[in-house]
Ligand binder design. Structure first.
Ligand SMILES: Cc1cc2nc3c(=O)[nH]c(=O)nc-3n(C[C@H](O)[C@H](O)[C@H](O)COP(=O)(O)O)c2cc1C
Length: 253
């Protein structure tokens, strides 16, 4: 199996990067082919803009969806985007390693998605959700955050991490992928003191050691359940008779 590891962290010595290294090592130990996109190391430009293209569509206005679609059909996408698309096409699983920055993934990763999940190449109006072009691929988020487990739980002050990650997970679902349950490591920051510092360092070390076992179990875990295309009416509204599988798609109260 080929595994793509996407890393969004600027510091090689960060916990996020050390953790990603363990994912790479673990996947190689399991004899998977490992492909890496270390976004900061690659200096991947996360900003989608007209300058990336020879010309925009239409010429006097940068319609991003149309421009991506045109260049995808003509095989004239930016080279760095084509490289990432080749990696995605080759892999069966993508592991994303990133910290939470302002209740979201870092802009480097969000921008990678905006540029690389090209209209035409990875989705279009016909091939999306249950008919998504990236069907049969899995994805998993390995996330670090400063907030504690309690603070990032459903009633926590720092907001429910499952909700914060939902838009990204739904992006992958839009493309047809299976999203496996996230792995979150909490309380990752350097402001702990005394016993708490020792405790955290010990637990982070244990998490790094656990990563091989975690990767081994990838396909034994059930992916997240999302609503199927047939759960929605022709107007794109959740049918009354169907249970919602998303905190963002609800029946009226
Ligand atoms: C710009 C910025 C914004 C942050 N926002 C959040 C946040 O919204 N929630 C949170 O729990 N931690 C937040 N943090 C803390 C980071 O998530 C935490 O430092 C990081 O996950 C630690 O992992 P690292 O050592 O790999 O960087 C933020 C950190 C930075 C630099």
């Amino acid at each position: 199996m080929a595994v793509l590891v996407v890393i969004a962290h600027p510091d090689k010595n960060s916990f996020t990067q050390q953790w990603a290294k363990e994912s790479i090592r673990g996947a190689r130990n399991l004899e998977h082919e490992v492909i890496v996109s270390d976004l900061y190391a690659m200096k991947f430009d996360p900003i989608e803009k007209a300058d990336h293209y020879n010309f925009t569509c239409p010429k006097n206005h940068f319609d991003v969806l149309r421009t991506q679609e045109f260049h995808s059909q003509k095989n004239s996408l930016p080279k760095e985007v084509l490289t990432e698309l080749e990696k995605i096409n080759k892999c069966e699983l993508i592991i994303f390693h990133f910290p939470i920055w302002w209740f979201s993934p870092p802009a480097a990763l969000k921008g990678w998605m905006e540029r690389v999940f090209v209209n035409g190449a990875t989705h279009d109006t016909t091939y999306r959700f249950d008919r998504g072009k990236l069907k049969n691929k899995g994805a998993q988020f390995c996330v670090t955050m400063g907030a504690s487990k309690q603070e990032s739980s459903f009633n926590g002050k720092e907001a429910d991490i499952e909700m914060l990650l939902w838009p990204m997970a739904y992006t992958l679902k839009y493309l047809g992928m299976d999203v496996l349950p996230h792995k979150i490591i909490n309380s990752v920051h350097s402001y702990h003191t005394d016993n708490r510092k020792i405790e955290i360092e010990k637990s982070l070390k244990a998490e790094l050691q656990n990563q091989l076992r975690f990767i081994q179990n990838f396909y034994q875990v059930e992916p997240f359940k999302f609503n199927k295309d047939t759960d929605f009416s022709n107007d794109g509204v959740l049918k009354e008779s169907v249970l919602s599988h998303s905190p963002f798609i609800r029946h009226s109260k």
